[in-house]
Design a protein around this ligand. Sequence first.
Ligand SMILES: [Zn+2]
Length: 408
Amino acid sequence: MQIDRALAAWWRTRRALRMDRAQMAAARARAWHKLQPALAQTPALADFAGKALTAFPITDQSDLRADYGQWNSLGLSDLHLRCMADAAEHGAATGDLAAGWSTGTGGGTRGMFVAGSAERADYIGQSLARLLAPADLLKRQRIALHLRAASSLYSDVRGGRFGFAHLPLAPPIEQTCSELELFDPTVLIAPPHRLLAMMERGLRLRSLRRLFFGSEPLSWAETDALTAHFGLRPRAIYQATEGFLGFGCMQGRLHLNDDALVIELEPVERTAGFRAVITDLHRRSQPVVRVRGDDIIEPTGEQCPCGYAGRVIAPLAGRVQDVWHLSGRKVLPSQVVAAVEGVLGGTTHWQAAASAKAITLRTAPGCAGHDAVTALASLTGRAVPVRAMDDLPPWPGPKRRKVVWCHD
Ligand SMILES: [Zn+2]
């Protein structure tokens, strides 16, 4: 790994965590200026290089994913990059440049991530600065990554004070629990549905000091349940194909990474939610400039006591494709989560799927969801009938979706 780059990113980020909003805006303007040469080498963006950010077009993910050859500054074709990402998926060793596929979200096409070793080092430096306290870096850490695929981003850091274990998601949860007990991690990163399954099996990790979740939403009620079980509040790593968008701070708030990204918020019509239009100020191999994300962002307007000025948003609850459209009114996934978990709490498995004609609330076998049905009917103004079923199997993966909109 390029240690100097990782250290520079760590230092830059630690300073940014103490900046006020005006200082952060000035830092963004400097980073935007430095990014321009890479944009001039990127076919989709070359015509706009040197101009103000707002002069660049807003691009949907699907357009970007249609031709990655247009969206890199290295002169690589779409086919070349796809072959690299496929090879990485099958465990082929990567050189300086790494490409990989993100976890599918069902329905849409998968996103691709391309990064050189300097950018991976930058990402690692940023992550360590945001997620761990400086004192954590002086101690030995055993970091368990319970993720779909081993990422070159993390294996770059192997050695020194950091010991890593990659535990894939495919094996049964019993096996994962045994492996975790044996490894005895100090830091654990896992998707919410697996953390909840570990809790249900009574897993205790005696050395655990930091607990993180990513790749799926985790509600307040579930966060409280996990906190009570593990004795640590799980913190979010908000990572999307478009970049490292946010993180849960030590005070339990989810911040946007406003020091490293320009995140413009585009209203989702007739709701209190927004979509992020994302510009990453530090990615050069595969620039991300004004790319529209899928997640629904709900800013809280809070000033966080942790001191970081990055905007605070509510926990993520779902994607814009899962907003319910009911007889002229829209219901956000976060509203559905609040209505259902206000009744069921954070330890019952459930999924609510709506179409223009009906809503179905499914819960784990034996769990009566009738009171939650009443809450949903009240939330939706009885626009469509709500019915309960208790036949929801355990989450099969790869990603949990609790709130779903079905097109008829
Ligand atoms: Zn904070």
